[in-house]
Write a protein that binds this ligand. Structure first.
Ligand SMILES: [Fe+2]
Length: 469
């Protein structure tokens, strides 16, 4: 091999390496879109979104509704009456059969420092038909209020279904813009996956729980008509020993019932549901999750029992992101990632949605599970069995956006932008789902980011069957 040939070979290698480096550098993008640098104020108490319905003891904050069982044939209807318990009945009927049935609510109250809640009603309506529109009514006489919901189709591998995604919503003008954008999005979310940090009532003096009430009034216009699937965030902890409030999650647990027992969980902070072609696992970042804890134990058996032939799309909701390249809250999800990421890869979770960081970010399919303290392997690598991690903590609360990002953008980060917005996860069939992210200041149909996701289970089955040929 002569010197001239070696030099040409070296030049080719150099050009090749430069091209590869350029491709890697272009793998992830940081949006150049710049939001105005203002904090979003909470909407004033006399805003129309906080108006209470007229009439003595009229039911309000009706709903949130949420899924009431594991498979989608029950709905929990929750509402509050301010003055006295009133009726604990919810009557309901399906649109093709006008015979009214009724379900009974349990009625609870709680105190928080100097605040006393209204009468909180939770009624579970069971044995509903799949894929059916139901009307329901709460309240008495002239304060009766009527709403409706549509039950999901029977779980099955190719059932299309569209989920919305919102996190860290709060009750500012931007919160209102985000919710309006979600409502008017032509992709029409059928159920909302909420990734934690709801009202931000804890930001007020003495954790003013009256701001839990205003938040309930604010979301009713959507949450009364489609189920919001709840995840607890750090703003739900409400742990204030100096005020004598030593039971974490007290307002959240009283106000938001979830069907945790149906999935064998012992706490409303972690549970699962099946809905159409999706299996959704909700985790709690702020409850014990180390080895031997109840959450850990539950998740061990939970992941094993998911039947991807019925519900191909395996989705995890958790408040604190396990991958985030923003400076704020950097590495906060690391302990949970170290513990649970190997399971997400093993069980081929499709996507992990998180909030907490008030911005948007989508990862590549990567994993970082090889490290064992002595081998030095602690860098995320491309991994086709791994989920995509999406941070959607940009609902629009009073703390504003986080804009400071780690630099350079890590190669695992596919797209990031500090803007308020919501997401849509649109399942087409067992192999394909589409994710879109929408800023809350563009036209309703405009997507600021989007990606097609290929199902991890059915993709591998397809690969295996091709390999067998
Ligand atoms: Fe948070």
């Amino acid at each position: 091999m002569n010197f001239q040939f070696m030099r040409i070979k070296f030049v080719y290698r150099l050009v090749g390496l430069t091209l590869i480096a350029a491709l890697i550098a272009e793998a992830g993008t940081t949006s150049s879109y710049a939001r105005k640098n203002e904090l979003s104020d909470d909407m004033p108490l006399d805003s129309d979104v906080f108006q209470v319905p007229p009439g003595y003891n009229a039911p309000q904050q009706v709903v949130h509704i949420t899924q009431g069982d594991h498979r989608g044939r029950a709905v929990i209807v929750s509402w509050i009456t301010p003055n006295e318990p009133g009726s604990n009945q919810v009557s309901y009927w399906d649109e093709t059969n006008l015979i009214k049935r009724s379900a009974e609510a349990i009625v609870i109250k709680y105190n928080f420092y100097n605040y006393t809640s209204g009468y909180i009603h939770h009624a579970t309506i069971e044995k509903l038909k799949y894929g059916t529109k139901y009307y329901y009514e709460v309240g008495l006489d002239d304060t009766k209020r009527q709403f409706w919901f549509i039950t999901p189709p029977k779980p099955g591998p190719d059932v299309p279904y569209t989920f919305g995604l919102i996190g860290d919503l709060g009750q500012t003008h931007d919160s209102n813009r985000t919710l309006t954008h979600y409502e008017l999005n032509p992709m029409k979310g059928q159920a909302l996956l909420f990734v934690g940090d709801l009202s931000y009532a804890d930001s007020y003096p003495f954790h003013d729980n009256a701001r839990w009430d205003t938040w309930g009034l604010f979301i009713e216009r959507n949450a009364a008509y489609q189920p919001w699937i709840w995840t607890a965030g750090n703003h739900e902890i409400d742990f204030v020993p100096e005020q004598g409030e030593t039971k974490p999650f007290k307002p959240y647990i009283h106000r938001f019932f979830v069907p945790y027992r149906a999935s064998g969980s012992t706490s409303p902070l972690w549970y699962s549901i099946k809905r159409a072609s999706a299996y959704i696992i909700v985790m709690s970042s702020y409850s014990a999750f180390g080895k031997y804890t109840p959450q850990y134990k539950w998740l061990t058996s939970e992941l094993e029992k998911v039947n991807r032939k019925v519900t191909p799309w395996l989705i995890v909701l958790v408040h604190c992101p396990m991958y985030s390249s923003y400076v704020h809250h950097f590495m906060e999800g690391e302990t949970m990632r170290v513990l649970y990421e190997p399971w997400f890869v093993k069980y081929r979770v499709d996507v992990v949605f998180a909030g907490h960081v008030h911005a948007y970010e989508r990862s590549e399919r990567i994993s970082n599970i090889a490290f064992d303290v002595v081998n030095g392997k602690c860098t995320p690598i491309s991994d086709e069995s791994a989920p995509v991690y999406i941070t959607i903590g940009d609902g629009g609360n009073q703390e504003g956006l986080v804009k400071k990002m780690t630099q350079p953008q890590p190669s695992y980060s596919a797209r990031r932008e500090a803007s308020f917005g919501h997401g849509i996860f649109d399942i087409k069939n067992r192999t394909h789902a589409y994710f879109g992210w929408h800023r809350n200041q563009d036209g309703y149909a405009v997507e600021a980011d989007s990606v097609w996701l290929l199902n991890r289970y059915w993709k591998s089955v397809k690969e295996a069957s091709v390999a067998e040929l």
